[in-house]
Design a binder for this molecule. Structure first.
Ligand SMILES: [Zn+2]
Ligand SMILES: [Zn+2]
Length: 371
């Protein structure tokens, strides 16, 4: 039986998303329907509405959701009605080369679930009966969603769902970049470029890993102030700096062991590479536009033994990492409460996207149900 649900739908590039009542079909084989409790508003949602990441529209936004299972399709024994789940914007088949070699974030199935479920169809229709695409196989900025079971991770029922939702994208991506991708060593020096939702989490990932010096870099003093709460030992506002590379080199006492580009532009990636000491590791976390170039000095790559790597979804192994992050939160070592700077009802979603575009600090979260 299908359900009616309010959803946040991007219909036109450059226009605010629209709140629509849509139809959510029942789960088919291997699928699950969930009632959303909360959904974080992520920069990628904004990128879908402004065309930075080209998605075929119309598209139900949302990929950082948490909720409760309300229906389970045939053959999906991993879930039962009432289970608490967090969405994973990477669908993980568990069988491909990448899943089998411990890198499910690169799963081939995820490429079949960029804007539909993995089988290429959707369970979402607008009031005229037309199919609606779903962001990365999720589309969880809606009161209900039907997803493939491979796009969800079951969590324990003790953590509040608005906190848990954040783990589904921003926290996993940022913390994972530090602890999974870079494997930051205790006592090291790290520099994080960009202190939005993901950057703050890269900062706290470095703190959890025991970095001795964590320099947060941004153009906004309010974001830098927030970064201090997440473990930044130093902050650096690049606005108006003539030679930020030189100043950062001096501040770090000779360069960083790790540098994270959480902005996602060729220029910030080059700055991250440039601030490394010899043997250091630069991690590109933010996703640049499709034509963005990156220029390195080839000779220096050899002579300096630096490493440049991408980090997609914080090199997540969601079924292992989500529970680990929740355990860190319980132990008081991962900050989630402080991350939520604003909450919205689903009707306020266009405002939430606009706030993100204006660069407001922290994470906005849409809370479903009671206002
Ligand atoms: Zn995201
Ligand atoms: Zn796979």
């Amino acid at each position: 039986m299908s359900l009616r649900a309010k959803a946040v739908v991007a219909r036109e590039i450059g226009k605010p998303p629209i709140i629509e009542e849509i139809e959510i079909e029942a789960p088919r084989r291997g699928e699950v329907t969930i009632r959303l409790a909360a959904c974080g508003v992520c920069h990628s949602d904004l990128s879908a509405t402004n065309g930075t990441i080209p998605y075929p529209l119309p598209l139900v936004l949302g990929h950082e959701g948490a909720g409760v299972v309300t229906a389970v399709g045939e053959g999906m024994s991993r879930y039962a009605i009432g289970d608490h789940v967090v969405s994973s914007f990477v669908s993980m088949c568990g069988r491909c080369h990448y899943c089998q070699t411990g890198r499910p974030q690169l799963c081939v199935q995820s490429l079949q679930a960029l804007y539909t479920l993995p089988d290429g169809s959707v369970r979402t229709r607008d009031s005229a009966g037309n199919a609606l695409n779903v962001f990365c196989g999720c589309g969880v900025m809606a009161e209900f969603a039907t997803l493939h079971g491979d796009s969800l991770v079951k969590i324990d029922n003790q953590i509040s769902l608005d906190r848990a939702a954040l783990i589904g994208c921003g926290v996993m991506t940022g913390v994972g970049a530090a602890i999974n991708t870079a494997r930051v060593e205790a006592g090291s020096v790290a520099v994080v470029f960009g202190c939005g939702g993901v950057g703050l989490n890269a900062v706290q990932g470095c703190a959890i890993a025991g970095a001795a010096m964590i320099v947060a870099v941004d153009t906004s003093d309010s974001k830098l102030d927030l970064a201090k709460k997440f473990g930044a030992t130093h902050t650096f506002n690049v606005d108006g700096q003539q030679n930020p590379g030189k100043a950062l080199y001096k501040l770090t006492g000779g360069g960083a062991d790790y540098a994270f580009d959480c902005v996602g532009s060729g220029r910030t990636s080059e700055q991250a590479w440039g601030i490394l000491r010899r043997g250091g590791t630069a991690v590109i976390v933010g996703i640049a536009g499709p034509e963005e170039p990156l220029t390195l000095n080839a000779q220096q790559v050899a002579l300096s033994e630096k490493t440049l790597t991408g980090s997609y979804y914080g090199s997540a192994r969601p079924s292992q990492d989500f529970p680990r992050l929740i355990a860190l939160y319980r132990a008081g070592r991962l900050k989630l409460d402080e991350l939520i700077t604003r909450t919205y009802s689903i009707d306020e979603a266009p405002r939430a996207i606009a706030d993100l575009a204006e660069g407001r600090e922290g994470r906005g979260v849409i809370i479903f149900g009671e206002p």
